[in-house]
Design a protein around this ligand. Structure first.
Ligand SMILES: O=C(O)CCC(=O)C(=O)O
Length: 265
């Protein structure tokens, strides 16, 4: 039975089930991209202790920290309204709401900067929470990767197509630099978004351009009993974003869900 929170087209369902990701083209206005790049440049020039609270960088305290780690800044939605607009973006939320069956929780935001010196990101995945039931898809942990710059062929996001199904173990000798049909690289333009399940094995190739790669990774969970807005800083975010960061409640539909369903449903 088709549920009203399922707003994916049949082609999008086929594509996501087959690949483990969807590409949404040009979903962010250019002016917002410019503002986000300017804020990203400012925050990335700061040391951890100088970031305006509650912004932080878990990259700086990460167990795999290296001076050349592709650094990210977290909690960016508390730093500027433009990032709140992005976590609520209707076209991205149409996909997130559909894939979480109407119960999304925003669990993390990160603005990552890669330069030609940044380390590779080898294949990794998180969880196995992906299923198809009666023609509907469910993905319990999703990442919306919004590129703020053009990413040419051969660099940036790569994945092991279809690996989110996890019926068999992934061989451990596959490199992010292998080519198709096993490994695919996904070139995108500024303002494009790749929505992928974290169950998909993914990574990133070394950056090659003379401008930094800036990407925002907004992570959402479905049916999540955790979820934790940063209470002392709740005045910095809208009620809608605050609600999106809270646990999903089976009885109460979040405002963003009602809003997007009324727009697309
Ligand atoms: O840089 C990318 O496109 C991949 C980032 C990544 O692997 C991650 O956020 O887990």
């Amino acid at each position: 039975m088709r549920c009203h929170v399922d707003m994916l087209t049949p082609e999008e369902k086929w594509y996501f089930d087959h690949h483990g990701f969807l590409i949404l083209r040009k979903v962010v206005p250019e002016q917002d991209i410019d503002n986000m790049i300017a804020l990203g440049q400012k925050w990335h020039s700061m040391k951890l202790g100088d970031l305006p609270k509650p912004l932080t960088s878990t990259a700086d305290t990460h167990p795999d920290y290296s001076p050349t780690i592709a650094r990210w800044i977290n909690n960016i939605q508390y730093g500027d309204q433009v990032f709140q607009k992005l976590v609520l973006n209707s076209e991205i939320m149409r996909v997130i709401i559909s894939l979480t069956k109407g119960r999304p929780t925003l669990v993390d935001t990160a603005l990552t900067r890669n330069t030609v010196e940044s380390d590779d990101i080898n294949f990794h995945a998180s969880g196995m929470d992906y299923a198809v039931c009666e023609g509907e898809l469910y993905a319990g942990f999703l990442n919306a990767a919004i590129s703020l710059v053009d990413v040419p062929d051969g660099t940036g996001f790569v994945c092991l197509i279809g690996s989110h199904k996890r019926n068999f173990s992934v061989p451990n000798n596959i490199s992010i630099y292998q080519g198709p049909p096993t490994v695919i690289n996904v070139p995108v333009d500024a303002g494009d978004c790749i929505v992928f399940t974290e169950a998909l094995y993914h990574g990133a190739r070394r950056w090659t351009e003379d401008y930094p790669r800036m990407t925002i990774f907004n992570r959402y969970m479905g049916n999540h009993s955790g979820g934790s807005p940063i209470e002392p800083y709740k005045h910095l975010i809208s009620n809608q974003v605050y609600e999106l960061e809270q646990p999903s409640d089976k009885q109460v539909q979040k405002e963003i869900v009602r809003h997007v369903v009324s727009e697309f449903g």
